[in-house]
Design a protein around this ligand. Structure first.
Ligand SMILES: [Zn+2]
Length: 159
């Protein structure tokens, strides 16, 4: 198994009013010339967690961070007008938390972040602020939402 230091959350960037299932996502990624869907897990609006690329394989979901990460995507991320929005259904929230809890047990030192949190820190102040986000993905505050799942050694100052 690879070393996993990071779990990156994504949205599919599709409207709540549009169906965008795992097979369409996979087909779109294959069309880009990738060998498989870029994410390791894909959570559809009904809360079902679909297996994507096998965990032991490097994904294709976050430039410069694929090597040691797991990519999870939920279907949605845009409201009916196409604006970035946390569109996670109750079922998606429930299964995302269950999946993260399970992965956290398997990879206790992995940090959970949203795709946007990995944008370059342009002003170098140690924080990636909203005006530095390259994109809005996953359209919610992943670090805050799953703060309670963070590795405890980090919360205690990293010893
Ligand atoms: Zn993303």
């Amino acid at each position: 198994m690879r070393t996993i230091t990071l779990i990156v959350l994504h949205c599919s960037g599709t409207k709540t009013t549009t169906r965008y299932g795992v097979e369409r996502c996979r087909a779109d990624h294959l069309r880009r010339g990738w060998k498989d869907i870029g994410y390791h897990y894909y959570i559809t609006r009904d809360g079902v967690v679909h297996d994507g690329r096998p965990l032991e394989q490097v994904g294709a979901h976050c430039k410069d961070h694929n090597q040691h990460s797991i990519g999870i995507c939920y279907e949605g991320g845009l409201d009916a007008c196409g604006n970035p929005c946390d569109t996670r259904t109750r079922a998606q929230r429930t299964s995302m938390r269950a999946l993260l809890t399970r992965l956290h047990q398997q990879f206790p030192s992995a940090i959970i972040m949203g795709h946007r949190d990995l944008s370059p820190d342009l002003d170098g102040n140690g924080h990636v602020e909203p005006d530095e986000w390259l994109k809005q993905c996953p359209c919610f505050h992943a670090i805050l939402d799953y703060e309670d799942l963070e590795p405890t050694d980090l919360l205690n100052g990293g010893n």
